[in-house]
Design a binder for this molecule. Structure first.
Ligand SMILES: Nc1ncnc2c1ncn2[C@@H]1O[C@H](COP(=O)(O)OP(=O)(O)OP(=O)(O)O)[C@@H](O)[C@H]1O
Ligand SMILES: [Mg+2]
Length: 362
């Protein structure tokens, strides 16, 4: 006797999503179960394509259904329907953008732009549609980091973002000529930020990463107040001063009730190429993690000091695409997965289970 849908769902029910703490069947992730004799096919629809346990889900699902007596062929298709604001939500501010993630820091030079572009590329690599908005009007770095330059097309009060490998890009840097001095007064900054939020044709995006202006000045405040931010990622380095600044950055988001998704500690340690198992913590170990604990936010991960970050940034190919196998790229991919998971859970209104290990209940 061939198997039936109920038997397939029963076989899949013990697979628990660690973020939601529930069965993938009860969460409604299993879709389109098709049975043709001994062949079974189904989809598993995740809440984000950047789900770090995608492969584990796929393997467990295949193994469990294959183990059914009457089944000799299993096809699992992994899909995603990124959670976030409803994409149809009527709004003139970033319509069509499901999740807007601010990447911020209390002080400059800690690797905010580097983190923003690499997170964007990591999310895109997972299959998500992603845009990057460089809102750092005083020191835009997206043109340099991506190698994309030139004025974007503008028509009828609409500005079309540049596109590079499918990634949508917008930066004040695209409008500047080399020698124009950048002197912005408060109202100009306000107007510019508004234009970026309302006139740029982003289209449908799963994630828009916003490289925030440094600190907590005018431009940063305008953005936190005007943009429908889904969450903020705070970048810091390990030394004490930047940790204090990180706290200031956090306070700014708290004020406008934007959830802080967590802290990234950049330039945490150095691994010499000839000693790939060593981690030298030049500024002391665990500062970012301790600060995160003290403030009660998640610690998203450590990114090593890596000269290739500078080189790859300078040649317009960030490390996640330039050397995807490197530990530094892996750190960004890991952080992107955590961010995506947290956003998915926030969007569902379910409290996250902190760093739960996947438990396969058998
Ligand atoms: N993990 C890393 N390893 C080595 N160098 C890094 C790393 N992260 C960033 N850098 C380098 O540090 C410098 C500052 O980084 P970045 O521009 O991303 O910082 P920022 O916080 O955006 O700075 P700003 O405040 O000027 O906008 C850059 O030259 C960048 O290449
Ligand atoms: Mg920057």
């Amino acid at each position: 006797m061939p198997t039936n849908e109920a038997a397939v769902l029963d076989a899949l029910r013990p697979i628990i999503d660690p973020d939601f703490g529930k069965s993938i069947v009860d969460l409604g992730f299993v879709k389109n179960v098709r049975i043709d004799g001994g062949s079974v096919a189904f989809d598993i629809e995740l809440t984000t394509p950047a789900c770090p346990v995608k492969e584990e889900f796929e393997r467990a699902a295949r193994d469990r259904v294959s183990a059914l007596a009457e089944v000799d062929e299993v096809e699992v298709r992994m899909t995603a329907n990124t959670r976030g604001r409803a994409s149809t939500q009527a709004s003139d501010v970033l319509p069509g953008v499901r999740n807007t993630i601010a990447v911020a820091s209390g002080k400059g030079g800690v690797g905010k732009s580097t983190t923003a572009i690499n997170l964007a590329l990591a999310l895109q690599r997972s299959g998500a549609t992603v845009g990057v908005m460089d809102a750092d009007v005083y020191g835009p770095s997206l043109p340099l980091l991506t190698g994309v330059h030139g004025r974007p097309r503008a028509e009828d009060k609409r500005i079309y973002p540049h596109e590079s490998g499918g990634l949508k890009l917008m930066s004040m840097g695209f409008f500047l000529t080399d020698d124009s001095p950048v002197i912005w007064r408060g109202p100009m900054v306000h107007g510019l930020v508004r234009q970026f939020l309302t006139e740029v044709v982003w289209g449908e995006l799963d994630y828009l990463i916003v490289d925030m202006p440094p600190g907590t000045g005018d431009a940063a405040l305008t953005l936190t107040q005007m943009a429908p931010l889904s969450g903020a990622v705070i970048v810091t380095t390990a030394n004490d001063l930047s940790l204090i600044d990180a706290r200031k950055g956090l306070a700014m988001f708290d004020k406008v009730q934007v959830p802080v998704l967590g802290i990234v500690e950049n330039m945490s340690y150095f691994t010499p190429p000839e000693l790939p198992d060593k981690k030298y913590y030049l500024f002391g170990e665990g500062g970012g993690k301790r600060t995160a604990e003290e403030i009660g936010v998640d610690f998203l991960g450590e990114v090593p000091i890596d000269p290739r970050v500078v080189e790859s940034g300078d040649k317009g190919r960030p490390i996640v695409v330039d050397d995807p196998e490197s530990p530094t790229a892996a750190a960004f991919v890991d952080i992107a997965g955590r961010v995506a998971r947290k956003l998915a859970v926030l969007a569902e209104g379910t409290p996250p289970i902190a760093d739960a290990n996947i438990t396969w209940v058998s």
